[in-house]
Design a binder for this molecule. Structure first.
Ligand SMILES: Nc1ncnc2c1ncn2[C@@H]1O[C@H](COP(=O)(O)OP(=O)(O)OP(=O)(O)O)[C@@H](O)[C@H]1O
Length: 268
């Protein structure tokens, strides 16, 4: 089977008229978003644009109106657990691993999340194949027996991504995965996301514009709860609306297709 037809068989994310309000304040204001299977989509936008709230709505953490479909199935109205069982997983800005357990134990617990207690008790000795594969993918095989608490910051994020992989998550929603990482860790994380997105759909919330430029296959820019711009990195960088939001004013004599200086700014 070709790579393309493989991808065609993967479920995509379809968001329609998504709206989230908190006590009368509309944080997500009628968002339409399509993330095709196998995409590596970056969600960018100034602080308070609604990026995290959008992901909270997709994962069932906040109540929302509209429609969120993944692989054709409607997610809105489902519980957090049912949504997770639909193959959707997320990471948060701070890694949530069990620090006192080893890397392997963390992955094994995550792999067992969908198993019954009896199956867990009957578990064979040795490392399950899905866990071995995840260790390999996230580059932690050598550290399998190290306590997660001893890992470097970047490695904890990779472990967390590995925990989603062993659950066979089909849509990964990652909240600022490279925040606080070194240059080398960012590079490794970008390459990891490229590999993962060959078989899964990946959405990354990010403020790091260099990272976005290096690894995004597509970008959506959110502003004040709405999609301001969408397309390739070059498309959104050349969009005067995006430059205005990041710079606070419209670009002067903006006839160039050069990357917008404003999008090089880390934060609005
Ligand atoms: N539980 C809540 N109650 C009230 N307001 C909220 C709540 N969660 C988020 N908001 C507000 O909704 C808006 C969008 O917040 P959100 O965290 O989604 O933005 P963001 O784009 O992820 O920002 P950042 O890049 O700073 O993380 C903000 O104005 C925020 O204050």
């Amino acid at each position: 089977m070709s790579e393309l037809s493989d991808r065609a068989g993967l479920p995509g994310l379809e968001i329609r008229q998504l709206r989230v309000s908190f006590d009368g304040f509309t944080a997500v204001d009628g968002v339409d978003l399509d993330v095709r299977p196998g995409d590596l989509r970056f969600l960018i936008g100034p602080n308070g644009a609604g990026k995290t709230t959008l992901v909270d709505a997709v994962t069932g953490l906040v109540k929302a109106d509209g429609s969120v479909r993944f692989g054709g199935a409607e997610l809105l109205g489902r519980s957090v657990h049912r949504i997770a069982r639909s193959g959707i997983g997320r990471t948060f800005q701070t890694a949530t691993v069990f620090e006192e357990l080893t890397v392997l134990q963390n992955l094994d617990i995550a792999a067992g999340a969908g198993r019954s207690v009896l199956t867990m008790l009957r578990r064979r000795t040795g490392v399950p194949e899905s866990v071995a594969r995840a260790l390999e993918t996230v580059g932690l095989t050598e550290l399998a027996d190290s306590p997660a608490g001893t890992l470097a910051h970047g490695q904890k994020q990779w472990l967390e991504i590995g925990m989603l992989l062993v659950q066979d998550v089909r849509l990964l929603l990652l909240d600022e995965p490279v925040a606080g990482m070194s240059h080398d860790e960012r590079q490794s994380t970008g390459e990891l996301l490229e590999r993962i997105s060959e078989e899964r759909t990946v959405v990354v919330i990010e403020h790091d514009m260099d990272f976005m430029r290096s690894f995004a296959r597509s970008v959506s820019v959110l502003h004040a709860g709405r999609v301001l711009s969408e397309g390739t990195v070059a498309d959104v960088q050349a969009d005067p609306k995006v430059q205005e939001v990041y710079l606070g004013h419209a670009p002067q004599e903006s006839t160039t297709a050069e990357p917008a200086a404003g999008v090089a700014v880390q934060e609005a």
